[in-house]
Design a protein around this ligand. Structure first.
Ligand code: 4G0
Length: 254
């Protein structure tokens, strides 16, 4: 059982996303316990203030330290990962999601305003960003992280094969998927997928995944371990691409 505590000034934002689909099912199965805490409940002044003017002047407001410290101290256990969401954090990725999924307790602090009092760094164990853009708060990043982590908990996903495929394939993009009908207004399913020849299908999927990765995310091919077969597929793909250039074809999918 993994426990996730989220500290926010907008608890209502979490109602929808955490009560549908995989997260809802994981909660029902007792795989995860998610608590949303209103930061204002940890204030002590009569105005329940969570922000204040910046020392030294300048525009905007800064999140106050005391409510955050009171909240984290109340929630913290021996083995808590205390995560601050901020645009200047370490970039979140699948590897970090897998790491978080192994923890017994996550405390996620959703920042707002122009920033947060720098001294918050003394109480956190990690600063994480979901990407290079600024949002109006850390709430949506918190939902992104919870979703990515919860679906990795054993039992959270109906068919664990889909996770295995994913992590097995991790490092290159996914192969293209098709379902019924075989022919939609002339858009046909590739013949090989109807052949019933599992080895042929495996090879086709691997090659198409590599083709996609070469065209869209060539950076991934540098980082991942490629088999002898992969390397010869990539040679074939590059040959096919040169052939297309010669024939003057112009198709964004290839
Ligand atoms: C500025 C995370 C803005 C500073 C949070 C927080 C984007 C992301 C915010 C902070 C966010 C992201 C220092 C806590 C809130 N925007 N890319 N907005 N601090 O993950």
């Amino acid at each position: 059982m993994i426990k996730i505590d989220i500290i926010t000034i907008f608890p209502e934002m979490f109602k929808g996303p955490f009560n549908v689909s995989i997260i809802k099912r994981a909660k029902e199965k007792g795989l995860v316990d998610i608590y949303i805490h209103n930061l204002r409940d940890y204030t002590t002044d009569k105005h329940r203030s969570v922000d204040d003017y910046p020392y030294g002047g300048g525009p905007g407001m800064v999140m106050k330290l005391e409510p955050i410290f009171r909240a984290v101290r109340a929630l913290k256990k021996e083995d808590s990962e205390v995560i601050l969401l901020s645009p200047s954090g370490d970039l979140f990725n699948q590897k970090l999601a897998e790491e978080f999924a192994q923890k017994s307790h996550l405390i996620i602090i959703c920042g707002r305003y122009e920033g947060i009092d720098e001294r918050v760094r003394t109480i956190i164990t990690r600063e994480v960003s979901i990407g290079d853009y600024v949002l109006s708060g850390g709430e949506i990043p918190a939902m992104v992280i919870v979703d990515a982590v919860v679906r990795l908990i054993p039992g959270a996903i109906g068919d664990p094969n889909s996770l295995r495929e994913e992590s097995f394939q991790w490092g290159i993009l996914e192969y293209p998927h098709y379902t019924h009908p075989r022919d939609f207004e002339g858009l046909k399913v590739p013949e090989v997928l109807l052949s019933g020849d599992h080895e042929k299908i495996r090879k086709w999927r691997r090659k198409e995944a590599l083709r996609r990765t070469l065209l869209r995310r060539p950076d991934l091919l540098q980082k991942t371990k490629l088999s002898e077969e992969d390397i010869s597929f990539l040679e074939e793909i590059k040959r096919e691409l040169r052939e297309e250039v010669k024939n003057g074809s112009c198709n964004s999918e290839s």
